[in-house]
Design a protein around this ligand. Structure first.
Ligand code: COI
Length: 349
């Protein structure tokens, strides 16, 4: 089915200096919106960014039937706009929607909406180092009803915001051995709102103790690393890139997947497997250089300078020659169109 998207433009630009505003605080001029009712999507439109009207009974507000994605667009070295890994984000969006009993957005509608919106607000994309346009597609259950039920009505929207570095400095993380992000069979692999809301309280406690983020461990015995706050967890030890395997309890991170692909291209040994706290501690105590970092769309690569397990801190290597910085540079080169996009990850407008 073809979807026609109507466009209402806003001519004036409200904000010009975006560099000084915190991540995600300033939306671009326009947004995309479409509604789902009686089994079909309609009303697809791009309009000036605006507040939405929602019934106080909207099911998303009570039972958390919400799913989102986080994507980025870049200006390439030759001045074109590149939406990075559109297809992989769309696939993950669909998987999250399935898990939350929400209708899939047809691929052509997702692609066309993204294409048109990012083209329209393309002049918001920062071209400086670490600059990008953060794109947030999301869906909410909009049907108004108090009872616990799968909604029959939804809104799919896309908003954008200029983005720079998400974390300004290397992180001190607390290895969480009490609270749990996700258990086997739960929603850990879905990008649904509840996963983030449930992390607020433990994260706040960690902040009060002087940490920047949490490094989650498995729900059964708190023995193995899961993911970190808003990112996947990755390690570089003994010339090997190690990251927890996609077990169903962690997010299938697009940056994680990209870094694994790039590392393999470069001939670096990659292991996607369970990583125990014991293994990490042993590596640190043996004097090895242990690199630890978070990988995510917003964060890109966030170096971890130390991790703390029940009061004991272990330092990680963050020297200038660390592998994580090379991985970040290689990723940037692809996204900026500086090197050949051999994996076909770029969607050039
Ligand atoms: C992302 O990295 O895109 C995320 O969704 C993390 C965060 C901003 C919620």
């Amino acid at each position: 089915m073809e979807y026609s998207i109507s466009i209402t433009r806003r001519e004036e630009r409200a904000v010009t200096d975006t560099k000084t505003v915190p991540f995600g605080k300033v939306p671009t001029e326009h947004m995309f919106i479409a509604e789902y009712k009686n089994g079909t999507w309609s009303g697809a439109r791009i309009a000036p960014f605006h507040d939405i009207v929602l019934s106080p009974l909207a099911l998303c507000l009570h039972y958390g039937q919400t799913v989102f994605e986080g994507m980025k667009a870049f200006v390439t070295d030759d001045g074109k706009i590149n939406i990075f890994r559109l297809d992989k984000h769309y696939d993950r969006f669909c998987k999250s929607l399935d898990r939350m009993c929400m209708p899939r957005v047809p691929e052509n509608l997702f692609r066309e909406a993204m294409h048109q919106l990012v083209s329209l607000d393309g002049d918001w994309i920062p071209t400086e180092e670490d600059g990008s346009l953060y794109i947030r597609p999301f869906m909410i259950a909009s049907e108004g009803r108090i009872g616990v039920k799968v909604a029959d009505e939804y809104m799919f929207m896309i908003v954008c915001s200029p983005a720079y570095q998400y974390y300004a400095n290397p992180l001190k993380v607390k290895v969480e051995t009490h609270f749990v992000r996700a258990a086997e069979g739960g929603t850990g692999a879905a990008k649904c709102g509840g996963n983030y809301g449930g992390a607020y309280f433990p994260t706040q406690l960690a902040r009060e103790e002087g940490f920047d983020q949490i490094l989650w461990t498995d729900a059964k015995n708190h023995e193995f690393i899961e993911e970190s706050g808003t990112m996947n967890a990755m390690f570089y030890i003994d010339d090997t890139l190690i990251t927890p395997a996609l077990s169903g309890t962690i997010l299938d991170g697009v940056t994680r997947d990209s870094l694994v692909g790039i590392a393999k291209d470069k001939g670096i040994k990659v292991e996607e497997r369970a990583i125990s706290l014991k293994e990490l501690v042993a590596a640190c105590e043996s004097g090895k250089k242990v690199e630890a970092f978070g990988a995510g769309t917003a964060a890109v690569i966030a170096p971890i300078e130390s991790f703390n397990i029940e009061g004991k801190s272990y330092n990680c290597y963050t020297g200038k020659d660390a592998m994580m910085y090379k991985l970040k540079d290689w990723l940037t080169e692809i996204r900026k169109g500086i090197v050949e996009d051999t994996h076909k990850w770029n969607y050039i407008l």
